[in-house]
Design a protein around this ligand. Sequence first.
Ligand code: 5AD
Ligand code: SF4
Length: 483
Amino acid sequence: MIEFENKENSAEVGAEIDESIQGQPMMVAPLSNGSKKLYLESYGCQMNFADSEVVASILSENGYSTTRNIDEADVILMNTCSIRDNAEQRVRNKLSQHNKRKKQNPELIIGILGCMAERLKKDLLEQEKLVDLVAGPDAYRELPSLIQEVETGQKAVNVLLSREETYADIAPVRLGKGGVTAFISIMRGCDNMCSFCVVPFTRGRERSRDPESIVAEAKDLFANGYREVTLLGQNVDSYHWNITKKGDVIDSEKPVVNFARLMELVAQVDPKLRVRFSTSHPKDMTDEVLGVMAKYHNICKYIHLPIQSGNDEILKKMNRGYTSEWYMNRIKAIKRIVPEAYISTDIITGFCGETEEQHQDTMKLMQEVGYEFAYMFFYSERPKTLAARKFEDDIPLEVKKRRLNEVQDLQHNLAFDAHQRTVGKICEVLIEGVSKRSKDHLFGRNSQNVTVILPRENYKPGDYVNVMVDEFTSATVSGSVVK
Ligand code: 5AD
Ligand code: SF4
């Protein structure tokens, strides 16, 4: 799961993400139909953003149009994240600002969606009285009736988690800018129970979405001018349809679809539709998936493979289900089967009991892999998780932060080296929009997910161009179009 957030205890090196996403809640684009106005903010991971598109779709069917102007909102919904404590603090701060607004306009409805809904329903609704409505990740179909309940003067809540809900039949309303790249959610929930992670508690059990609806969504996006889809799941490698996790076929009359096959089906929609995916799990990533990546030019050569720690004892305490040796074997498989792929990772510093040597093991592994990107965080204990129940959160904050700085510095250098290696090379770039720094330049990404800046000329978002790279920083590369 890649997150948009880039706050105090997290950092991203190498990846350039749209300013409106990074560090800011994602505000949605206006929708025209409907008389009542919905102001929707999305925090946290890509999955939350994809969910907000489902929410916008459900509510647009019920007379709501979205607005970017909070002053005209009848309903404010915040799609929240619980992954680390500071993510929750940000939402709480924003929530008190929204409540000031409600004092002036008592009719205003304020609701919480997503992971915090599940985790904090009682506190937010009953004790702190900060919200009127709470809906968990599997309850979005109920939103119209929950809003109605609030309109009749009651507080409304539904945080039931489902084993089936995938919102497969709902056509998300595309809220991102640009109209070139989109997310497609292929599964929900997570069964892994990594000891530090709150996600299995907030988003429930893993379930896969019907492949036909996924391919139909990809086709529809392509027909509407989109040129890149990212298949989203907490652990995409365990996507399974008509087949059990053990590999037994459920109905021999129907096709079996695992992640490799699903990716192939989406890649076949059109050679001009790029396919990305996130997130892979080292214990489940198969050579079959890598083989499909190698076979299709339009499957991007980029893998996000979170390691979390380079030390086996810590990995065991994290309940990650692999050792550093297993992980390095997966890296070797990537380098053998998809040699041009760039690899990124997630790192947590200062997990319970982590010694200086164990921290050094993480640094060594990072160097050995030579990651092109990394998302790095210091450990934040989450209530209910295995780690919170079993281990002491005993690493002082300043040590966690110092170790985070060390891995960030190292990653900065690794990304710099990676970008240096691209100088003089030609890469295919899908143009996404106008550069933030200069209106005479465009930006896009190459297959390896590196942001590339190029002169605007007459190109437009959605165009594929070949760029010869001549300059770089640790965050981006730039060059000119080769005709
Ligand atoms: N503290 C710090 N980082 C965490 N992550 C998940 N839970 C925690 C936590 N409690 C990080 C992991 C995961 C990424 C999405 O967020 O690195 O891969
Ligand atoms: Fe959390 Fe682990 Fe599932 Fe990722 S794979 S969502 S880190 S439990």
